[in-house]
Design a protein around this ligand. Structure first.
Ligand code: ADP
Ligand code: MG
Ligand code: ZN
Length: 471
């Protein structure tokens, strides 16, 4: 497999967090009784006319700016098609003159993925195929359609084919979600369909310049499914290519239960949709003032927060703990703890690993635990115990440590216990010295027993090595 390179470009559909739909006053709400949030406009009844939602445009502009796109004058097109999920028989979308073009998204590991465009369009209704067929239309007894979603504002964010692995694809979606949530554009809840992914994937020989033929996997609704589907496609496509068969350009469906993709239809081309400019809407050309106003309210983005945090903590921007801490929204806490005298590296690691999914503790108390650990007054294990207590019940770290019986062990107590263990087990010591490295665990266990578990395992191992070197 090593001689093949995977090429991926993602199309991410993101529902915008507006109160109402894109062209009418119907509520934009998830989970309501089907077909209750509808009106003549979103049902496409004759004589109705669309009116563009200003807030949706503003959120779409935020998306564009956050992705470093150029926000351009744009127009809407009708994309004609004949599935029952769109009662008008067309979807109002943007085609060759989209709102946002030419941006980028930088992954936490430093990879830069180009963003081709991020255009505004309306969502379709939702069809559910019932009774056989495993949720697909083939084999279903009947289908149900809910038009509550028809007309909900969407931004479709199309990436350049710059992604080279399933891991990168997942990181791209995670980063994009974080941005969309940070700027208030969307709740980005994949389980509610607020964010849906189409993945385009092809294979080429490593070092080749031209891309291979791609397959497009439709409607992936979790980051995990995206990763699994891509890994499956790599095996399928490489299998074909190595057998001398061509990869067919087509649209494929991901089956979560079977863990494989299957052909849905041959790829549709632009001409299939009979695009033409939407005659009921005027061009959308945001003024410089409007754009400046939108830019002014953009919050600090995750990538910028990573840069700031890395500087505060004195580590590389691409450090995994930096990414985790920003993702968990704990960068403010770590920054405050460092300000209160905590070690940056330790604060990052403890926040990333011990405080995930927890209500963050008070920064001063957090810093105090970290200082106690750095001073050697608490072992790593004890510090984690104090943090857990701090998070669940609050309180003063000194008092928590005292209540848990975590009094400081003097360094020479540990050294004494190490020497006693060596003296009591000369046979094991000879074998350890002779290269049986796993016997370190035996001695650590003896020292732990002698100190009622209060010694720091790392310190004990270091002492053992010291004794070995001094033999
Ligand atoms: P459409 O799907 O409407 O034909 P595009 O041709 O613009 O649209 O491509 C859609 C997506 O497919 C983009 O995200 C792009 O990066 C990706 N893509 C294009 N060619 C390839 C390829 N050979 N391999 C993988 N992804 C590709
Ligand atoms: Mg496509
Ligand atoms: Zn409506």
């Amino acid at each position: 497999m090593t001689e093949w390179e995977m090429v991926v470009g993602l199309e991410v559909h993101c529902e915008l967090a507006t109160a109402t739909k894109l062209f009418c006053a119907c509520p934009n709400a998830f989970g309501d009784e089907p077909n209750t949030n509808v009106c003549p406009v979103c049902l496409g009844l004759p004589g109705s006319l669309p009116v563009l939602n200003r807030h949706a445009v503003e959120l779409a502009m935020r998306v564009g700016l956050a992705l470093h796109c150029s926000v351009e004058p744009s127009i809407f097109h009708r994309k004609n098609y004949f599935y029952p999920d769109m009662p008008k028989d067309y979807q109002i979308s943007q085609y060759d003159e989209p709102l946002n073009v030419g941006g980028r998204l930088d992954l936490p590991d430093g990879t830069r993925v180009g963003v081709t465009r991020a255009h505004l369009e309306e969502d379709t209704g939702k069809t559910t195929h019932v009774g056989g067929g495993g949720g697909r239309i083939h084999g279903a007894d009947h289908s149900l359609v809910d038009y509550n979603r028809a007309g909900v504002p969407l931004v479709e964010i199309v990436s350049e084919p710059d992604i080279r692995s399933a891991e990168q694809a997942k990181a791209y979606v995670n980063e994009l979600r974080a941005i969309l949530v940070a700027i208030g554009a969307s709740d980005a809840r994949m389980e509610e369909g607020s964010l849906r992914i189409d993945a385009n994937v092809s294979m080429r020989r490593a070092g080749a310049e031209v891309y291979g033929t791609r397959a497009e996997i439709k409607n992936l609704n979790s980051v995990r499914s995206l990763g699994r589907a891509l890994e499956y496609e790599v095996r399928r496509q490489v299998g074909r290519l190595e057998a001398g068969e061509a990869v067919v350009q087509e649209t494929r469906h991901w089956n979560e239960d079977e863990g494989r993709t299957s052909s849905m239809r041959s790829k549709e081309e632009a001409y299939d949709y009979r695009y033409f400019p939407e005659p009921d809407l005027v061009a959308l050309a945001p003024s410089a003032e409007w754009l400046a106003g939108v830019r002014a309210v953009l919050p600090v983005l995750p990538s910028e927060r990573r840069v700031d945090l890395a500087r505060v903590a004195g580590v590389a921007e691409t450090d995994a703990a930096v990414a985790a801490v920003v993702q968990q929204g704990l960068d403010g806490l770590v920054t405050a703890a460092v300000g209160a005298g905590a070690d940056g590296r330790l604060a990052l690691n403890r926040a990333a690993n011990e405080l995930a999914h927890a209500t963050p503790p008070d920064a001063g108390a957090f810093a105090k635990v970290l200082r106690m650990e750095a001073d050697g007054r608490l072992t790593a294990t004890q510090a984690k115990g104090v943090l857990a207590e701090l998070v669940s019940a609050g309180g003063d770290p000194e008092a928590i440590a005292a209540a848990k019986g975590f009094e400081a062990l003097e360094g020479d107590v540990v050294a004494g216990a190490v020497d006693a263990a060596i003296a009591a087990h000369p046979g094991e010591w000879e074998r350890y010295a002779g290269g049986e490295a796993k016997l370190a665990g035996f001695f650590v266990g003896k020292v732990m027993a002698a100190t009622a578990g209060k010694a720091d395992g790392k310190a004990v191992t270091a002492l053992l090595r010291e004794r070995l070197a001094g033999r």
